[in-house]
Ligand binder design. Structure first.
Ligand code: ADP
Ligand code: MG
Length: 728
């Protein structure tokens, strides 16, 4: 009997839900462990409070005396809550979060000690950065990088540690994290969008970008997950035959949440409340043991921080409930994978959602301006947007007939399609009073202010307008939303900036009225962005053909997709919008290519090990049992022997051929890996891993999965899909 597997199954079956009691209302818990505006009002002096709020709202610098006051108050607040340590909390390009704890405790001589946290410790730290990816920006001999306080994301307490959200940059100033370029992009979109808003409302002073992510994940019993080396080391199953029952019956989606999972969710949500993460929605997803969690949307920088924090906390809370959370985009073959929809919009400081149709023709023209500019931005930069969601793990999902394809397109729904068609017919240049009235009353004026019900039907679109926001659906479940959000906000900022130049030109040079100029430019944008609009089935083959005709990119693998990040256009885009320098852009590309290679390399090693050291020996053992059986039959039956042992002999042969299939392909894979490893050029190496190494995974898996069906269940060493997916 395979001891580990059966031990794990037995243990998982005895796991009981942990009772979680919620004694306080969630609204009372919300933000209790956050140094938010409310807490700051209590703890900070008036000057310090104003200083921080100015930094948050207008990006003003915080001077040294203010920083000293803030740090001292933060410390008092934290100590009152039993905190012992502080850390700068940041998001290096590894994709996870990083922290290094220091105690407040300090000695002051003569055997005495105090708790201390000064302004300088709040504002800046120098973690040894040499082991974080830098893409060659920071040579290891000058390993210094520093973290710097981001006052726009409030400090929080987790466990007994005060966490201060920070950016992470090299000593020479280049960004080494996700947050720094995101903050720059948010600044760029604020500037560009505010300038456009002034066409419609002079009172607008600031535009913020908002993000509401929807996080999908799998919950697997911890012991069962630990019994699988592939899940432990790669976050997904590299082999395993499908269970007889998968998601065919559609009986999991929105079904009643299993008790153990619900206990986990309740504890998780309580933690989220304390940390000010406004989680709201929870439900079963399509695949067995797959779930989703979504918050109320927030300012994009904070939302990205909250998503990163959440993923970290989920792992910890899950462990207490004897679960392992899988964030991998495709942990199991044959059933749905996980994504992270990024709902995005822009909102003014006067409270207007710029992507929501308004109640008057003028507010609708403003809506159309932002709506059409976003479409145009996506059209211009579709390949770059695709590149932001590229990863070894998301490759399994994009274009695999269950998730958005690797082709970026925009879905806008029937009503808005009609509006765009009408706008396309607007006369060039000055408009007659009749045409203006007609436009205002019957085109722009007719957009209903609630579009939600009419837009959200097509679930196959990677970038869909859903009534009052765009939903970027192709983001990977494991990804940090920072990168897609940086790029989306940057391309929209650039587009709005160009739009303003064009409109102003028509006003200044052609003497057009403001609304005439806006109509004129939008008309041209609609014409030139048509190829990106697609309302049909994004999963179909027909769309692939059609998209190719339209000249849209369809990069199915990460090495191909990533190239768009360092195209001339992308580099100058990031430079012009002051989001990333050429060095930063190229460094990130290098890091991602390297990460891709590493992921495939690790998977290859794990798969080779499991196939050769777990599967083959098991198959041989079972084959020996069959051989013994055949020998025995021969002894007993003599002449009838051939007839009665026919099936066993076939089975013995089948097993041999699969063993051979495994060994031959593993050898091939190892050789391809060796060849790939000998390549110095990172691009070519990634290409070799993608097209020479990775395809062999399927061949190896095929033979292993066949053996799983042939070999006695009693001796099969790997925990099976039905056990992983149906143990609740
Ligand atoms: P679903 O896509 O599952 O049907 P919804 O579209 O209703 O769900 O909302 C999903 C997410 O969109 C939520 O996290 C919500 O907070 C977010 N959201 C709603 N309005 C906005 C907005 N204006 N900007 C950004 N996110 C938003
Ligand atoms: Mg959604």
């Amino acid at each position: 009997m395979s001891t580990l597997r059966f031990h794990a199954v037995k243990k998982s079956l005895s796991s009981k839900p942990i009772i979680v009691e919620e004694k306080e209302r969630r609204s009372d818990l919300f933000g209790k462990n956050v140094f938010n505006e409310n807490t700051m009002r209590q703890y900070l002096t008036k000057d310090a409070f104003i200083g921080v709020m100015n930094a948050v709202q207008y990006g003003k610098k915080i001077d040294r005396t203010i920083a000293d006051q803030v740090s001292s108050s933060m410390k008092d607040w934290a100590l009152s809550k039993g905190v012992t340590h502080y850390t700068h909390w940041f998001q290096p390009l590894t994709g996870t979060t990083a922290e290094k704890h220091d105690a407040f405790f300090e000695t002051i001589g003569n055997g005495m000690s105090i708790e201390k946290f000064g302004g300088s410790q709040l504002v800046q730290q120098e973690p040894d950065a040499s082991s974080f990816p830098s893409g060659g920006i920071r040579n290891t001999f000058e390993a210094r990088g520093y973290t710097a306080w981001d006052p726009t994301s409030p400090a929080f307490i987790y466990g007994t540690t005060l966490c201060i959200p920070t950016i992470f940059v090299a000593y020479t100033g280049e960004a080494l994290d996700y947050k720094t370029p995101l903050l720059r992009a948010l600044h760029a979109v604020d500037d560009a969008a505010t300038a456009i808003c002034k066409y419609f409302d002079k009172n607008v002073k600031k535009v913020t970008s908002s993000l509401g992510w929807e996080q999908e994940y799998f919950l697997i019993d911890k012991t069962l997950a630990a019994s699988r080396p592939d899940i432990t080391l790669t976050g997904r199953t590299l082999l395993g035959h499908s269970a007889a029952k998968g998601q065919q019956l559609d009986d999991h989606y929105f079904g009643s949440i299993p008790t153990r999972a619900l206990s986990f969710m309740r504890e998780l949500e309580t933690e989220c409340m304390l940390l000010g993460i406004p989680v709201k929605t929870r439900h079963n997803e399509v695949a067995p043991n797959q779930f989703e969690l979504a918050p109320i949307f927030e300012e994009a920088n904070l939302a990205v921080d909250h998503n990163s924090l959440l993923m970290d906390i989920m792992g910890k809370v899950a462990s207490r409930h004897n679960f392992k959370v899988l964030f991998h985009e495709k942990p199991f073959a044959g059933i749905n994978g996980s994504g992270k929809h990024n709902n995005w919009s822009l909102t003014t400081d006067t409270g207007v959602n710029l992507l929501a149709p308004g109640k008057t023709p003028m507010s609708n023209l403003q809506f159309l301006t932002f709506f059409i500019n976003t479409i145009k931005a996506v059209n211009t930069h579709e390949a770059l947007l695709r590149a932001t969601i590229a990863s070894a793990s998301n490759d399994h999902r994009l274009g695999a007939n269950e998730a958005p394809p690797a082709i970026i397109s925009v879905f806008i729904g029937e009503q808005l399609t009609k509006v765009l068609e009408e706008l396309e017919g607007v006369t060039k240049g000055k408009l007659s009073p009749e045409e203006k009235t007609e436009l205002k009353l019957n085109v722009v004026g007719k957009i209903p202010d609630v579009l939600l019900d009419n837009t959200d039907r097509n679930r196959t679109s990677p970038f869909a307008f859903t009534g009052n926001k765009f939903e970027f659906r192709a983001v990977g479940s494991k990804a940090n939303c920072g990168d897609p959000m940086t790029v989306l906000n940057t391309i929209v900022a650039k587009q709005l900036k160009d739009f303003k130049v064009e409109v102003d030109k028509l006003i200044d040079e052609k003497g057009l009225k403001k609304d005439e100029a806006v109509f004129n430019v939008l008309r041209e944008y609609i014409k030139s962005s048509k190829r990106i609009l697609f309302e049909g089935n994004g999963y179909g083959e027909a769309w692939e053909k059609e998209a190719e005709k339209r000249g849209l990119s369809n990069n199915k693998t990460t090495p191909e997709a990533l190239k768009a990040k360092i195209s001339k256009d992308s580099i100058s885009l990031f430079e012009e919008m002051q989001v990333m320098s050429k060095i930063e852009t190229e460094a990130r590309y290098e890091i991602e290519v390297e990460a891709y290679i590493m992921h495939i390399q690790i998977e290859g090693r794990v798969l080779g090990d499991i196939a050769r050291n777990h599967i083959v020996p098991t198959a041989v053992k079972y084959q020996n049992t069959l051989i013994e059986n055949v020998k025995g039959l021969k002894e007993i039956f003599d002449k009838k022997f051939k007839e009665v042992s026919k099936e066993q002999i076939n089975l013995i042969e089948d097993i041999s051929s699969h063993i051979e299939g495994i060994n031959a392909n593993v050898t091939k894979m190892i050789n391809e890996r060796k060849k790939a490893n000998a390549i110095n050029d990172a691009d070519k190496k990634a290409h070799a891993y993608c097209f020479n190494v990775k395809p062999l995974f399927e061949d190896i898996r095929y033979h292993c999965d066949k053996l799983e069906l042939l070999v006695d269940d009693e001796v099969w060493p790997l925990t099976k899909y039905r056990e992983l997916l149906f143990t609740r």
